[in-house]
Design a protein around this ligand. Structure first.
Ligand code: PMP
Length: 435
């Protein structure tokens, strides 16, 4: 009998005993290729000696000091590292313990910013129907999955949802990418007009949608068009890069590839790569200064923010990625992964789309390729897909789609950045045996 309050007691969990490189081992010493990094977390694989040493060194000095008394060298250096590489004028790093906390902080910063600059009615958020931003009540309110929100209604944050950029499903046959992006921008514009711009704080979007849609990247001009609409109405743009950031797409921040700078950005997952829990909210001096000039401080905070050991681990992770130039491997191995998946699964009757950027790859299952009808009742539930993959020694992240959370209509692959060409081929072979 276990005393752990398991989230879903129906899930049969293996015991993770150790991890080495791209593999995890269970209690029977069975090995699994970690092709999803948990949920796009373990970007350096497991047991990385440099990161482990950095954590040990930090623990020898100081594990933790509360942020209301101290800053630490680890926190300062990590903030410098991120500020120097963040897009545009984003240079203020607010450390947290994970993705939901980062999103929650971003929503609150947006709200407080508008209070400080004398626009207190800007309380509403617009997000997208296909999205996941975390499970705390604010993040949940903006997330797209209605079934996730259902048991917790009414939620505390007024949130509204527009269409995601989902070219595979929604771009019309006679429409160019630019026209499609324009159509989505008009939808956002109309939603803002309907609410009254003076009531809207921010538009929130994942740069590349992760958990709910399987590495769904926008068409190239989409984010620029959305940015323009936000600017026209004085609405902030919050980009959630909790999954897509920190090199997952082959660029340190996915939005840089689209040439767009958000007002606030959230990061987590690959930041600490699973070695320590850490997330961050990144903002500009413009927002930071307005808040500080007003109340004097951001009215938010958590006990473990800026945790020294977490910051030291993240700094070591990010330095390894940079020194070993792993992002060029991410780009190359990502191309290889998509190409091999397409070639091996090309004839699979239920594989509708293989997509993504870098090592952020999604496979979408459909009832039949022509109609693209989703939720194939004859196909597998995500629980079955996951179990079968584990039997085949593969960890992948199947998702119960947008509608009911049960059917496995997407699978996310997010292998470690250290994968070799033969690792990728092995992942594809185990994947093909599973689906
Ligand atoms: N935003 C995005 C885009 C995510 O993918 C996730 C986690 N899947 C979160 C926020 C929440 O992060 P966490 O689980 O660390 O709270």
């Amino acid at each position: 009998m276990t005393h752990v309050f398991h989230r879903n007691p129906k899930q049969q969990l293996a015991f993770a005993v150790r991890g080495q490189g791209i593999a995890l081992f269970d209690q029977d010493n069975k090995s699994y290729i970690d092709a999803s990094g948990g949920a796009a977390v373990s970007c350096l694989g497991h047991g990385h000696p440099v990161v482990i040493q950095a954590i040990k060194d930090q623990l020898d000095r100081i594990a933790y000091a509360h942020s209301s008394f101290f800053t630490t060298q680890a926190a300062e250096e990590l903030a410098d590292f991120l500020a120097e590489r963040s897009p545009g004028d984003l240079n203020r790093i607010y450390f947290l313990s994970g993705g939901s906390e980062a999103v929650e902080a971003a929503l609150k910063l947006a709200r407080q910013y508008f209070v400080e600059i004398g626009q207190p009615t800007r309380r509403h958020f617009i997000a997208r129907r296909q999205s996941y931003h975390g499970n705390t009540l604010g993040a949940l309110a903006i997330g797209g999955n209605a079934w996730r929100r259902e048991p917790f209604l009414p939620l505390l944050v007024p949130a509204h949802h527009v269409s995601p950029c989902y070219a595979y499903r929604d771009q019309l046959a006679n429409e160019t990418e630019e026209q499609y992006a324009e159509r989505l921008a008009q939808e956002l514009d109309q939603q803002i007009e309907a609410l009254g711009a003076e009531n809207v704080a921010a538009f929130v979007a994942e740069t590349v949608v992760g958990a709910t849609a399987g590495a769904l990247a926008p068409v190239r001009t989409y984010l620029k068009r959305m940015r323009e609409v936000c600017d026209r109405h004085g609405v902030l743009l919050i980009l959630d890069e909790v999954m897509s950031g920190m090199g997952r797409t082959g660029h340190l921040f996915a939005c840089a590839e689209d040439g767009v700078v958000p007002d606030i950005m959230t990061i987590a997952k690959g930041l600490g790569a699973g070695y320590q829990p850490i997330g961050a909210m990144v903002a500009s001096d413009r927002i930071y200064d307005a808040v500080v000039a007003g109340s004097g401080f951001f009215q938010h905070g958590h006990t473990y923010m800026g945790h020294a050991t977490a910051c030291a681990a993240a700094l070591a992770v990010q330095r390894v990625i940079e020194q070993e130039q792993l992002l060029s491997n991410v780009l190359q191995r990502g191309e290889q992964l998509r190409a091999e998946l397409r070639s091996v699964l090309g004839d699979h009757p239920n594989v509708g789309d293989v997509r993504g950027r870098g090592l952020f790859v999604g496979v979408e299952f459909v009832q039949d390729k022509a109609s693209k009808v989703t939720l194939n009742p004859a196909h597998k539930t995500h629980a079955r897909l996951k179990k079968q993959a584990m039997e085949n020694g593969l960890l992948m992240y199947p998702m119960g789609g947008t509608i009911d959370g049960v059917h496995g209509d997407h699978v996310l692959l997010a292998p470690p950045f250290i994968c070799t060409p033969s690792d990728i081929t092995e992942i594809v072979s185990r994947f093909a045996r599973t689906v």
